[in-house]
Design a protein around this ligand. Structure first.
Ligand code: TYD
Length: 210
């Protein structure tokens, strides 16, 4: 049987990486083999692309068109070499960010439009969409203050203005309306345990988990 594909989405600082770890433990306790991965990245080539995207590796200003295609290139390699083979083996895949990040960040926040970003990703996905996408929803100011509290150097996306992050949040809301069966909202401003419970409740749709 084909495995299940779960993606985690939301603004920076929404806590999805912590929840990815808890979810993997929960699934492994129920006997599933879990592959945890992330975007951009997830393969050696993808990690190199991640470096270009996040740290201005070339020093050159990246155009929005090149940005969306670099994310798509990283995703194409990830789908072909990691995600699809894992699902075919019957493993479960937990992916920290996937195509909805491109739709929210490049499509809405950068203003490229959802249809353009979907078209740019068609080859990368080859029809493979997550079975479920957990959207960690958090007020923009809370998300930004969490990122600031980390104290690390901000990457190219974290250092965008508040208005950009506001548009990312609007993007996720729009996506949740467009894909109501796939994208499930998780209230991400509470305690870690309460958020994890909400995640588990959403996964009750998979009989193997409940
Ligand atoms: P990362 O450090 O992984 O952020 P986080 O911990 O918040 O997931 O950085 C990934 C950044 O890249 C994040 O700001 C979102 C952005 N991004 C896009 O703009 N488009 C995409 O398709 C993906 C996958 C990420």
């Amino acid at each position: 049987m084909r495995g299940r594909f779960i993606s985690l989405e939301g603004p920076e600082g929404c806590g999805k990486s912590t929840q990815a770890g808890l979810l993997a433990t929960h699934l492994r306790e129920r006997g599933q083999t879990v592959v945890m991965t992330r975007e951009p990245g997830g393969t050696p080539t993808g990690e190199m692309i991640r470096d270009i995207l996040q740290h201005h590796a070339s020093g050159e200003d990246i155009s929005p068109e090149a940005e969306v295609l670099l994310f798509a290139a990283s995703r194409a390699q990830h789908v072909a070499r990691v995600i699809r083979p894992a699902l075919e083996r019957g493993d479960w895949v937990i992916c920290d960010r996937f195509v909805d990040s491109s739709l929210a960040y490049q499509g809405v926040a950068r203003g490229m439009g959802l249809e353009t970003v979907l078209a740019a990703n068609e080859v990368a996905l080859g029809g493979l969409w997550p079975d479920v996408t957990l959207w960690f929803d958090l007020p923009v100011d809370v998300a930004l203050s969490r990122v600031a509290a980390r104290g690390a150097d901000a990457d190219r996306f974290e250092s965008e203005a508040r208005a950009f992050h506001q548009k990312v949040a609007e993007g996720y809301r729009e996506l949740a309306k467009r894909f109501p069966e796939r994208i499930l909202r998780v209230e991400a401003s509470g305690e870690i345990d309460a958020i994890a419970e909400c995640v588990s409740a959403h996964l009750d749709c998979f009989s193997e988990v409940s």
